[in-house]
Design a protein around this ligand. Structure first.
Ligand SMILES: Cc1cc2nc3c(=O)[nH]c(=O)nc-3n(C[C@H](O)[C@H](O)[C@H](O)COP(=O)(O)O)c2cc1C
Length: 507
């Protein structure tokens, strides 16, 4: 079979996605025909009803990044650009999150906050859920949940009522991020009866509210998270997404919800091609993370932004996570320019092998104190003890009873500090930076090499988002051509575009 070729079409015409395009194609034996391409603006990618409900123009979301790396400034910039940002509340003290809520609420743009499951700090998880209720934060990204919890159900069902038309209104929306189908099933199910009864007993829900809550899903939207920066199960998007999407259809039928269940995709998205692929899979929206950390608005240091700009596809690896260290949970981090992944892995190995810090052979212990901790274990324990006495004294009591737990807290000190050193750009600790990052970063750097976006100080979160999304619309429209057996010019490619160019093309 021979291909048709495009006649008289300039790359610029292909890029003007809001204008209908009449093209002539020539094929074998001088056959030529004419086809018309409809306009395809970026708004048409994804689920427009979802965008309408959230109050955004484009199906693009900046995912939560812990410790305020997805900062209030980032949330505001995405909001102003007609997209959505989640503030990275994980790992921050309560009063910092509270101040960020006030700032985002005053900004006048749509926004959301992260509610991360904190098995080590259940009180903080409950306090944040209450804060979000009290401060009218109506959109939350729930992540890292292994099962549903009472604070999460309290948040979701708070204020549930029927409107004058008899429809059930649920003021608080949860977008759940998961990489496993069992968890997705829990979020697409109504809130568990035992929690509803508990809230009823407490007086937090009326009997009528309990019966209304039984008719809604815990989360109307689930973000299927494939191989990503930070906590990840390293699932390939191509395999994960269809499974969660078909679960949404099954759960919709099973419960007959009056609202439509939706699935978005996160993990590995940082280029027009990957964004177009996500929408082709059927994603209601896309979510990015790694690429946003590299942007000027992120709450990390310039030193980290520079390292991220030099990251290539294979420069990331898995390393033990500070928050679930003892459980052997890993996070995806940068390995180029830092020894953190190696050092953290060694600490985990020692933790598995020995029952206490004192049981570690003296030469190894000395090396750790000198090179890794740069302080004696006695000094580190003094600081760690003080920290936990204020935050969670039960940890200190347990550590003083169980030497292995004391060792875990000491090692977690290093893992925790390593993220702070990176975020603060500590010059004497570069080699220990813990930088959460996925392969998306390398893909973005490869795509933007040689363009204005190569430079870290040009990477503005909304500009990056717009050029990815706009490029995805161009690719998607070009696919209408490709799938009719028509060849695109071999040198046609989607370049990173500045805001003013995109504006011009969309005019
Ligand atoms: C620096 C960093 C910190 C993150 N912290 C969180 C977090 O606290 N809570 C959360 O739900 N997801 C967190 N994520 C995941 C992102 O929200 C997003 O789902 C993910 O990065 C998307 O995949 P990508 O990195 O391939 O773009 C983090 C990701 C990065 C890169």
């Amino acid at each position: 079979m021979k291909y048709f070729t495009l006649d008289n079409v300039s790359p610029e015409q292909l890029q003007r996605v809001t204008v209908p395009l009449q093209v002539t194609v020539s094929g074998p034996e001088n056959i030529s025909r004419s086809i018309e391409l409809p306009p395809f603006p970026p708004e048409q990618l994804g689920d427009q009803q979802f965008c309408e409900e959230i109050g955004i123009r484009y199906p693009y979301i900046g995912g939560s990044m812990a410790k305020g790396i997805s900062s209030a400034a980032m949330v505001e910039e995405l909001g102003k650009a007609g997209m959505l940002g989640f503030f990275g509340a994980a790992g921050l003290p309560y009063h910092t999150v509270e101040a960020a809520v006030d700032r985002c609420a005053a900004s006048g743009v749509p926004f959301g906050f992260n509610l991360i499951h904190s098995p080590q700090e259940p009180d903080l998880e409950a306090a944040l859920a209450t804060l979000y209720i009290e401060k009218n934060v109506h959109l939350v990204e729930a992540s890292a949940f292994l099962a549903l919890t009472l604070p999460l159900v309290r948040y979701r069902t708070h204020g549930i009522h029927r409107d004058v038309n008899g429809s059930v209104v649920t003021p608080n929306r949860i977008m759940a991020k998961v990489s496993r189908e069992e968890l997705a099933e829990r979020f697409f199910s109504p809130p568990p009866e035992k929690f509803l009864q508990q809230l009823f007993q407490e007086g937090a829900l009326t009997a009528e509210q309990v019966s209304l809550a039984a008719t809604i899903p815990m989360a109307q939207e689930i973000t299927a998270e494939a191989d990503s920066g930070g906590h990840t199960d390293n699932r390939p998007a191509m395999a994960l997404f269809p499974t969660i999407a078909s679960l949404a259809v099954r759960m919709q039928k099973k419960y007959g919800y009056p609202v439509t269940l939706r699935v978005g995709l996160a993990g590995g998205i940082a280029t027009p091609a990957s964004a177009a692929a996500a929408f082709a899979l059927g994603a209601a929206y896309i979510m990015t993370g790694s690429v946003n950390q590299a942007c000027v608005e992120s709450g990390t240091s310039d030193a980290v932004r520079k390292m991220l700009a030099a990251t290539r596809q294979a420069d990331v690896t898995m390393a033990p996570a500070a928050d679930m260290f003892e459980m052997g949970v890993n996070v995806q981090v940068l390995k180029r320019g830092t020894m953190f992944p190696m050092r953290a892995a060694r600490l985990y190995e020692l933790y598995r092998t020995y029952e206490s810090v004192e049981a570690i052979p003296a030469t190894e212990r000395d090396k750790l104190e000198k090179n890794v901790f740069q302080a004696t274990f006695t000094d580190i324990w003094r600081d760690t003890r003080e920290f936990f006495l204020k935050r969670d004294p039960r940890q200190v009591e347990r550590a003083e009873r169980e030497p292995k737990h004391r060792m875990a807290l000491l090692f977690r000190w290093y893992l925790g500090q390593a993220a702070h050193w990176a975020k603060d750009g500590a010059a004497n600790r570069t080699i220990d930076y813990q930088i959460w990052c996925g392969p998306a970063m390398g893909a973005f750097n490869e795509w933007t090499a040689g363009s204005f976006l190569e430079s870290p100080d040009q990477r503005r979160v909304a500009t990056v988002a717009r050029t990815i999304l706009y490029g995805a619309a161009v690719i998607t429209r070009c696919n209408f051509i490709r799938f009719q057996n028509i060849r695109l010019p071999a040198d046609f490619s989607i370049e990173p575009l500045e805001d003013r160019q995109i504006k011009e093309y969309l005019a």
